[in-house]
Write a protein that binds this ligand. Structure first.
Ligand code: ADP
Ligand code: MG
Length: 279
């Protein structure tokens, strides 16, 4: 074996690199391990200010949050507390004024637009209050749309599993206008699950549904976590919706005010009332 002498300067550099890697590893290693307990989404020191000077609105103030794999996290809080801002930043749809976000160990707050678009397509599923289906496509075409856009083929077994889970087997050739609100949102859930995203974001997913069909959509989200190990982040106003979550995070004035494991509907309702009166 041949040994080479490493110049002093390079040795110093190598040592510094190793020290840095070790620091990064020890501070973040618990987030990097695969499996239960791993943080799929990690945010540190997030702030978001809209406007400048006297007119500045601090929508988020120094928020740290980790979202654990395979759990359903609800984000609640009074209107204007920063829920949508937080969700948009965690999903890479908006940039924070300060702080950083990583998804699946990739720091998205540093990515250029093209890479970010690709990461959103590969790693993130979305469900919106207003379904956002394409009117000219059938239910089936809407469901596989994220794969078509990525020029990926559907895994047939997974596609069948998802369609069966949302109960749309006999509605696949219908267009959105021929489906009820609840059925349309179930198409949207299937579309979000089809790529097996690292994280699924749902923004008021039951906001446009009556309580019964809303309940069906909530059941589906819950099952996607329990049966498929899906990680879900749901923004909601609704105490009933949040009561299916494994964790409920309450925002107030851009800060995390309370962060609790599973809560009953009544406990959530009381907490919201308290947050609103202490404004
Ligand atoms: P929530 O979703 O909890 O209702 P938002 O995140 O939408 O709260 O808003 C948080 C704060 O930021 C509010 O005071 C809101 O008025 C303000 N805000 C949100 N978006 C904008 C924007 N594009 N320009 C200016 N202010 C904004
Ligand atoms: Mg909002």
């Amino acid at each position: 074996m041949r040994t080479t002498t490493i110049p002093e300067r390079d040795q110093t550099e190598a040592r510094e690199t190793l020290d840095r890697l070790e620091r990064e590893f020890t501070s973040e290693s618990r987030f990097s391990a695969r499996g239960p307990g791993r943080a799929v989404v990690m945010a540190r020191g997030l702030s978001r200010t809209y406007g400048k000077g006297d007119a500045a609105v601090h929508a988020l103030r120094d928020v740290d949050i980790d979202i654990t794999e395979g759990r359903l996290t609800a984000i609640m809080g009074p209107s204007g507390s920063g829920k949508s801002t937080l969700m948009h930043i965690l999903a890479g749809l908006d940039q924070p004024t300060g702080g950083r976000v990583s998804i699946d160990d990739v720091e998205i707050t540093r990515l250029k637009e093209k890479k970010l678009t690709q990461l959103r397509r590969d790693k993130i599923g979305f469900i919106f209050q207003s379904f956002n289906l394409l009117a000219t496509l059938t239910a089936d075409e809407n469901i596989v749309l994220p794969l078509s856009l990525a020029r990926r083929k559907a895994d047939e077994a997974w596609r069948r599993t998802v369609i069966e889970a949302v109960g749309l087997q006999d509605r696949l050739t219908h267009r959105p206008a021929e489906l009820s609100g609840g059925q349309q949102q179930r198409v949207a859930v299937a579309r979000a699950l089809i790529t097996r995203p690292a994280v699924l974001f749902a923004d008021e997913p039951t906001g446009n549904l009556d309580s019964r069909t809303g309940g069906e959509v909530l059941d589906l989200l819950r099952r996607s976590v329990d049966e498929f190990g899906q990680t879900v982040i749901m923004v909601t106003h609704d105490a009933n919706a949040a009561s299916i979550a494994d964790r409920v995070v309450f925002l107030k004035d851009g800060r995390i005010e309370l962060d609790e494991d599973r809560m009953t509907r009544d406990a959530i309702y009381d907490t919201i009332k308290n947050l609103e009166v202490t404004r």
